[in-house]
Design a protein around this ligand. Structure first.
Ligand SMILES: [Zn+2]
Length: 308
């Protein structure tokens, strides 16, 4: 059985953590009840929940990548960008306005991905290297555009059958590079999955699945992923540790369940996960990860402070 203390410096395993910084009303599942036109009127809780996450990460001595939504970075530069960078975490982009990529033209996506990167870079003075697509809606052309815009990696490929919104990229277009992939000049850091019986992909990368699955099952699955793949990539949204956000009612029963299930248990499970596995920022999955730390370390780069 593999020890769950993972990291380059421990026993060769790498576990990475990405936080998709958005508010409770940005999620695609609640858009029928909270369309874009109403976002300004929705109660904003993201600053408080990001603050809570930062406390948890500090208490567990964990560094992560925060993929921040550009419109939120613009609105709350101090609490959602400077505070995160100051705590030594990596900053990435979650796009500017949380549009599914499948609904954007190439030019619209280019503008959105450029704007979100520029907003964060203007605040920190440091380059944004990574991108996380809303609802994992990545596609091949988007990867080319990200590369043209100066991104070094994407972390949006979620190869499970759980949602029709998830993007697909043909395996023949991806080249395996160590634990991750390369598509043209861009690295792809995929979301983790467990291949049950070597065939059925089980989503064990985080988010709603993390809230739904019993913790002992999740822990067992992660242990299996680490022993089989030597790499684990996990994600969470700030609103998933906030049981106090308004109940969303005018959506389907299924989507209401997905959005609200086990919110009161998530913080405890997240703490347990962080105490079980040593996580690192997502850029540390890249072959150049340790060198990126040196190149863009404190005072001139990704906001990554120290090599653990
Ligand atoms: Zn999102």
């Amino acid at each position: 059985m593999v020890a769950l203390t993972a990291g380059y410096s421990m026993n060769g395993y790498v576990a990475t953590l990405g936080i998709d910084v958005e508010d409770w009303y940005h999620a695609e599942n609640v858009q029928p009840a909270c369309p874009r036109a109403t976002w300004e009127q929705c109660e904003s809780r993201v600053e408080a929940s990001v603050g809570r996450l930062l406390e948890i990460l500090d208490e567990t001595d964990t560094k992560a990548t925060f993929f921040v939504l550009g419109c939120l970075a613009e609105k709350y530069p101090g609490t959602l960008v400077e505070r995160i960078a100051h705590a030594g975490h990596e900053l990435g982009s979650h796009g500017y306005s949380h549009h599914l990529l499948s609904r954007l033209s190439d030019a619209e996506f280019q503008e959105d991905a450029y704007r979100s990167k520029a907003v964060v870079e203007d605040i920190t003075g440091r380059p944004v290297l990574g991108y996380r697509a809303p609802s994992f809606s990545i596609h091949l052309r988007a990867l080319e555009i990200l590369s043209e815009l100066g991104y070094i990696y994407d972390s949006s490929l979620n190869r499970v059958w759980a949602s029709s919104r998830y993007g697909r990229i043909c395996a023949s277009k991806m080249k395996k590079t160590g634990r991750i992939y390369r598509v043209g000049d861009l690295y792809e850091v995929p979301m983790s999955r467990l291949k049950l019986f070597g065939v059925v992909p089980v989503p064990l990368s985080g988010g709603g699945y993390f809230r739904l699955f019993p913790w002992p099952v999740w822990r067992l699955g992660v242990r299996r992923i680490l022993s089989q793949q030597g790499f684990y990539n996990f994600y969470l949204h700030p609103w998933e540790i906030d049981p106090g956000f308004p109940k969303v009612r005018n959506i389907s029963l299924l989507n209401r369940f997905r959005h609200h299930v086990n919110l009161d248990k998530t913080e405890g499970r997240f703490r347990a996960l962080l105490e079980t596995i040593k996580f690192r920022p997502v850029s540390q999955a890249l072959p150049e990860g340790p060198r990126l730390l040196k190149k863009f370390g404190r005072g001139g780069g990704t906001g990554l402070k120290v090599e653990r």
